[in-house]
Design a binder for this molecule. Structure first.
Ligand SMILES: Nc1ncnc2c1ncn2[C@@H]1O[C@H](COP(=O)(O)OP(=O)(O)OP(=O)(O)O)[C@@H](O)[C@H]1O
Ligand SMILES: [Mg+2]
Length: 591
């Protein structure tokens, strides 16, 4: 079980791990304080139970030892002095334990925050293909909930177990020295009972943790998808159906949760019964032997009173660690998968510059989505000269968005590649290449923030160039709309941009792409959602860029790409027609 805690600690940053390890000797010192306090108390209990021990006890016994230290003038003096020492030690222990717990809580909070951030950083560092295969609700669950459970079910109980187990060991040893036979029977019986209990519930506890992780992710998916689809569900009149699905999911989750809530109490009920038996056995052994019965039983009783809460905590915490294995495995699995993806895609964060002075070439480019039966793009050969404007049209599902995604380096070609001025875009160059591209996706993502921060997405406030934001907004034909908003460029757009029309959202996307003066502008049906008049205005804006920068326009309507230098028709992953500026068909004729 400690190996589980160790595995979890292995995921933490070295500083936090060192702090947690350092806590162990400090905890042991606190335990020693408590042991000393307990021994002093035990001496008082023994003397009170059998006053003659004050004079008769041998020098090697506990009472003898206390007598030598305290030099008492009689029974009352002994009780007052040794009792005072006991109280002082135990109160100091209480204060020290409290300080230690506060310090450890800080470490655990830091552990959770840094591990969560590490996971998010790793997920954000993965390729776009990784995200195509993973549900965002699952990744969110791992970053937030699995890490929370890893801390609260594995690391926190782990530290408590180490403290309590050392106390149990210390007390057991002290009892063994004081009352060997009686203590041996009690400790043997209690140890056996603890071992049996842990053995019996370990599998059950682990399964509940694994189930909890799996079901939590399913619950979250239903909520996320239900809330995202609230508009269409309302029109379909099916909000109730989603709620029912959630209710069913939650009720299936009840079994795992019930076990989780129950298991922490189970150890208490179990121990209470076992302890009664152990006590009886201890008293029996003491009576059968010729020990000073009352004193022996008194010490064992005092020891048990202190021991029991610790034993119960160890049992409960050990269960919790088992429950936490599910979260630990989830975090390890996702970190490994994301880490492998990052290694495989080998993208470098520090962009290496890419020179673009002549042309972009798609050479024998084939792309097949993972697990797709046929390629979405099949041996595409296409050259786009610098400053050229290219319109790409084709029926739905013909591979237009896929072509753009490969050009952006979001998808790695299955065969062939993208060449800029004859240099192949490898993962090392992809960041440098992307830095030159302004991209307007088919469905623009709007964050619940201001117009300004949406246009300069991802930049810190002090990095945002307000003049460039205004220019980009004006180019996207949105200046009047923004100026009419109550807070102008500081107006909040709402979740998914709910305070904007579909076309306005799309124009924010266009402004975002134009903000950085790109060398290449890629528009994936960027104007499809607009009315003809607005589309005409934006197309005119974009047309003004023709000749100045390279533009790739994907559109359904031929009218959108009419004034492009070149028009390309895609069909089922093939270029079926390419018309140059002279309107001469190139390649196969269009059907
Ligand atoms: N993540 C994916 N996994 C598997 N297949 C996919 C994936 N994304 C797209 N496809 C498939 O690849 C093909 C090309 O899709 P793509 O999105 O490039 O089409 P498109 O030309 O942009 O269509 P539209 O005009 O409707 O946007 C389609 O047959 C689609 O089903
Ligand atoms: Mg598309």
């Amino acid at each position: 079980m400690l190996s589980i805690v160790w595995r979890a600690a292995g995921l933490l940053d070295p500083g936090t791990r060192r702090g947690l390890v350092l806590g162990i000797p400090v905890a042991l010192a606190v335990t020693l304080l408590e042991l000393a306090g307990f021994l002093a108390l035990a001496a008082v209990v023994q003397v009170l139970a059998a006053p003659q021990l004050l004079h008769e006890a041998g020098p090697d016994t506990l009472v003898g030892l206390a007598r030598r230290v305290a030099h008492p003038h009689g029974l009352t003096d002994f009780v007052a002095t040794v009792g005072g020492v006991a109280v002082t030690l135990l109160v100091s222990r209480g204060i020290a334990a409290c300080a230690l717990a506060w310090w450890q809580a800080g470490l655990l909070a830091r552990a959770e925050a840094t591990l969560s951030a590490r996971l998010f950083r790793t997920f954000m560092g993965t390729s776009y293909e990784f995200h195509l295969q993973r549900h965002s609700a699952d990744l969110m669950r791992t970053v937030i909930m699995s890490v929370r459970y890893l801390t609260s079910r594995v690391l926190l109980p782990g530290t408590t177990i180490i403290i309590d187990a050392s106390l149990i060991l210390g007390l057991a040893m002290a009892l063994l020295v004081m009352e060997p036979v009686t203590a041996l029977v009690s400790i043997g019986a209690l140890g056996g009972a603890m071992g049996t209990y842990l053995f019996l519930v370990r599998r059950w506890a682990r399964r509940m943790g694994v189930d909890d992780e799996r079901l939590m992710s399913r619950d979250q998916r239903i909520i996320q998808e239900g809330l995202r689809a609230v508009k269409v569900l309302t029109t379909l009149g099916r909000r109730g159906a989603v709620v029912r699905r959630f209710e069913t999911a939650r009720s299936e989750h009840t079994y795992a949760l019930r076990g989780l809530f129950f298991i922490s109490n189970l150890s208490r009920y179990y121990l209470e019964s076992v302890v009664l038996l152990v006590m009886a056995a201890a008293a029996g052994t003491a009576i059968l032997g010729d020990a000073d019965v009352l004193a022996s039983v008194g010490v064992i009783l005092a020891g048990s009173m202190r021991l029991l809460p610790s034993v119960q905590r160890v049992l409960a915490m050990a269960n919790l660690v088992r429950v936490g294995v599910g979260s630990l495995e989830q975090v390890e699995k996702d970190l490994a998968a994301a880490g492998n993806d990052i290694k495989r895609s080998a993208e470098h964060d520090d962009p290496q510059p890419v020179t673009f002075e002549r042309c972009i070439e798609f050479r024998d480019l084939t792309y097949r989505y993972p697990a797709a039966p046929t390629p979405a793009l099949d041996s595409i050969n296409l050259t786009v000269g610098i400053g050229e404007s290219v319109g790409i049209v084709g029926p739905s599902g013909s591979g237009k968005t896929t072509l753009v995604d490969v050009l952006l380096g979001l998808l790695q070609p299955t065969c062939g590649g993208i060449y800029i001025d004859g240099v192949r875009i490898t993962p090392e160059l992809v960041h440098g290449w992307r830095a030159r591209i302004g991209y307007v996706p088919q469905d623009t993502v709007i964050i619940d923030d201001t117009v300004r921060r949406n246009v300069a997405l991802g930049l810190d406030d002090d990095e945002i160039d307000d003049v460039a934001v205004e220019r980009a907004i004006a180019q996207a034909q949105l200046l009047d709309t923004v100026l009419a908003m109550p807070d102008g460029f500081d107006s909040m757009l709402g979740e998914h941009g709910v305070r904007l029309s579909g076309g306005q959202r799309q124009r924010i996307g266009i402004a975002r792409a134009l903000y950085l003066h790109p060398d290449v502008l890629v528009l994936d049906e960027a104007t499809a959602a607009l009315d003809t008049e607005t589309e005409k205005q934006i197309v005119e804006t974009i047309e003004k860029l023709y000749g100045k920068i390279t533009v790739l326009v994907i559109a359904h309507r031929l009218s959108t790409v009419q004034r492009c230098d070149t028009r390309v028709v895609l069909d089922r992953g093939h270029v079926t027609n390419r018309r140059g500026p002279d309107a001469q068909p190139v390649g196969q004729p269009a059907r």
